[in-house]
Design a protein around this ligand. Sequence first.
Ligand code: NAI
Ligand code: MG
Length: 505
Amino acid sequence: MSSASDDVSQSKETILSRHREAAAEVVPDHTQMYIGGEWQAAASGETFDTLDPTTGEVLASVARGGAEDVDRAVEAAWEAFDEEWADTTESERQAVLLEIADRVEEHAEELAKLETLDNGKTLMEARIDMGSTAEQFRYFAGAIEIDRGQTESGDGYHGQVIKEPYGVVGQIIPWNFPLTMASWKLAPALAAGNCSVIKPAEQTPLSLLRLMEIVGDVVPDGVVNVVTGYGEEAGEPISTHEDVRKIAFTGSTTVGKQIMRNAADTVTDVTLELGGKSPIVVHEDADPHEAVETIAFAIFANTGECCEAGSRLFVHEDVADAVLEGLQGAAEGMTVGDPLDEETDLGPKVSREQVERTMEYLESAKEGGAEFLAGGDAPDDEALEDGCFVAPTLVEGLDHDHEAVQEEIFGPVLEVFRWEDYDEMIELANDVDYGLAGGVITNDIEKADRTARDIEAGYIWVNTWHEMSPGLPYGGYKQSGIGREMSVDTLDHYTQTKSIKYGLD
Ligand code: NAI
Ligand code: MG
């Protein structure tokens, strides 16, 4: 495997000084919470550290929010809603969203660097994130025009259907696409006229804080309130708050289920975007070379930390040897290393805890009789030993009901299965609790259509992966979630429908 130390410019010392220099440049000045338009310390006065997963160093100490801070944020949000935001017109809100998009673009390089430092994704991946963040704000600035309700008239009556915002919504964000996931939630919420109390993940709070520094003068005070902190301390009080009228969550299925249970107490609307274990189906006519490119991207992009990652490969026996040989070459040829280096293909995982989780699955796969076609461990490279690195890994020979196949690993780990009988293969492909995404690789349109329909999942790629466009709803079947993001449908999750009937007799 080529790795950072092949290149003398990538010694541990060089990486460390490059990261310290970048941190001095882009870590935001404000690392408190942003509530009611002001930077505020936690009521407890406590902070927690967010780390750089490439070096293991502390990037910043951030306010450790709790229930009292959430109360303050919810209050500030209602005040902003009642006094100002509820009375704004669509075009006034559009102007705000468009200005946010412009500023994200103006600051894209700086924000991308910050995301790379806090999360570990490569700079190239972080730049793509900033593009899609701006795109979300622009899309919902337009989408709100389409979602206008309707009128209905009949003999002796006139009826009207209007969409009203909830008021204050709670939004809980994961660490894999920190700013992009925040934009997926903030853009529709604000477009529809809501105010938000939003919590970034404790591993990656910095990009959202920096965004609020950048757009603080555009977004009226109290419309967006950022509460930083741990899940149980700052997330749970948001999801159980009586005055939060809607909860949107992206993260683990375990926490998602808890949030849904909590929401039952207050009959609060919930949308959930949870895990995935998405199948990639390769048909016998596929070009092995093209298949390898798509598969490698499906599993290794963002170090495998994607809910929609293609993590189970079902390859037809006729092309299996060629595809697996190509994949082995692709995995071993990846440059694993400093995500700030433009040459790097695979950065670290987000945290030590995430590395341990992945390693436990790999250990259990070994015990389950797995054969490792590539990887299986940390990369063999001294320069990376303080970072949270996992080598690109290909696993063959596991039973499909093994936990490493059934559960989400969320790392650069692909499990491989060969098939000949289509029906048996599809049955296995659907034999998981998840149903977020799936994909098919073939040049035969009928095969593509059949497999796309047969996979039980909310998003299917044909001969590509990860590509998402605003306008194509994104969300899961089965235990992968409830609701859809990235489309006009999303506005339904951020509005309540009211019918008004006028009697004219
Ligand atoms: P998590 O579900 O604990 O974290 C996601 C967010 O939820 C964070 O902001 C966290 O602070 C918050 N949270 C945690 N407990 C909470 C609670 N009781 N109430 C309210 N909010 C809470 O996920 P974690 O532990 O970081 O990762 C575990 C696994 O979850 C990963 O290995 C991966 O399999 C999956 N995951 C899936 C994501 C996706 O995009 N669907 C994103 C992140 C994790
Ligand atoms: Mg971090």
